[in-house]
Design a protein around this ligand. Structure first.
Ligand code: ADP
Ligand code: MG
Length: 348
């Protein structure tokens, strides 16, 4: 779908390993004083003075976590960074550095890696992150990318999954389910393309949901917003696997129950329309879809006036005593126990 027949294809073997690393990383510049030494020695050196450090890592494997038939490499590079930054922000921390390791088979030309690194560079510029190292190696099959993100916490600002209390409000940023529905549309178009490669799909009605799948944004802005509003969440997590499973993580680790209100779950109108088209229940998609990379957090009830008018934040429920359990309160008022379904388990 995205392969350009006229594109130049320089075999990776034409450059040595060192020339390749130099070529891919030369346009990156260092922005943080905490980066004492970046790329170029045996290891990077960081200096965070007295601040606590946050470290997180993710591994992405071709045909498990991404499909290059509809995922352009530039987007993949961008998304690989977002997935990691989202975890840093979920600790209420500032992301500062990343390392990027790649394993590539010889089916990838230099130009493919240039695209991947262009996406990484865009993410690093927009989110103010230093690329400080990585590793480059060959693979016998596909492409594998591992990113480690490093961040710092001001004072005691860090927020764990474990701090929610009964009566705290459950709040989510943005809207849910769009990335999953974007994936459904891309999968469908891939099947159509297999049958008739000349068929040009009209993706116009799906712009928002496809963008949410291919180019997610980590919610750095929400961490800043909460600081500006002087709200420190009592617990927080990012939504990578679906609302349901993330609520259960907070509840388990905080030893509380939760009532989640179906009618409050924020959905984009495009998600509602496409769910009707695919004949899928939009609540199920929001609960189990995943890859939203929104922030889910709890706040003390006293902080409600500070957040209530904000269009980026929606109160979707409240925490209850552990003995009450974790429930979805449906539109008709019945209570259903929440389960971490996840689509992978669902379809296998
Ligand atoms: P070593 O053999 O000691 O692991 P490398 O030759 O792999 O050293 O790496 C040299 C430098 O280039 C190091 O600073 C390393 O972090 C950096 N580097 C290697 N691969 C990448 C990559 N894919 N992206 C960013 N930096 C990289
Ligand atoms: Mg190395």
């Amino acid at each position: 779908m995205i392969e350009d027949k006229n594109q130049q294809r320089t075999p990776l073997s034409e450059l040595g390993e060192f020339a390749l690393i130099e070529h891919l990383t030369k346009q990156f510049n260092i922005k943080h004083t905490s980066t004492v030494k970046g790329i170029g020695d045996d290891a990077a050196i960081l200096n965070f003075e007295d601040n606590k450090i946050v470290v997180t890592t993710d591994l992405l494997i071709e045909n498990v976590h991404f499909d290059l038939s509809y995922m352009p490499l530039k987007h993949l590079g961008y998304k690989a960074i977002m997935v990691n930054l989202s975890d840093v922000y979920a600790m209420n921390a500032t992301a500062t550095q990343i390392t990027v390791s790649v394993a590539v088979s010889n089916r990838f030309p230099l130009e493919a890696l240039e695209d991947l690194y262009a996406g990484i560079e865009t993410a690093a510029s927009l989110y103010n992150i230093d690329l400080i190292g990585g590793d480059t190696t060959s693979s016998t099959t596909g492409l594998l990318i591992s990113v480690t993100a490093i961040g710092e916490v001001d004072g005691n600002d860090e927020v764990y999954r474990s701090g929610a209390k009964p009566n705290d409000l459950l709040v989510v940023s943005g809207d849910l389910g769009a990335a999953y529905m974007g994936l459904q549309v891309l999968e469908r178009e891939k099947e159509v393309y297999k049958v008739n490669p000349n068929n040009q799909p009209d993706l116009e009605p799906y712009t928002y949901i496809i963008e949410r799948q291919l180019k997610p944004e980590a919610r750095k802005d929400i961490v800043k917003l909460l600081k500006d509003l002087e709200v420190k969440p009592t617990s927080m997590i990012d939504i990578s696997d679906g609302l349901s499973s993330e609520i259960l993580h907070i509840c388990r680790q905080s030893e509380v129950g939760c009532d989640l209100y179906e009618e409050k779950i924020p959905l984009d109108p495009q998600v509602i329309t496409v769910c009707e088209e695919f004949n899928i229940d939009s609540t199920t998609v929001a609960l189990n879809g995943g890859e939203d990379y929104e922030l889910l957090f709890t706040i003390s009830p006293e902080d409600y006036p500070k957040i209530k008018a904000n269009p980026s934040l929606t109160v979707i429920g409240h925490m209850v005593d552990n003995s009450m359990g974790v429930h979805l309160v449906t539109r008709v008022g019945s209570k259903i126990p929440l389960k971490a379904q996840g689509w992978k388990n669902f379809t296998s």
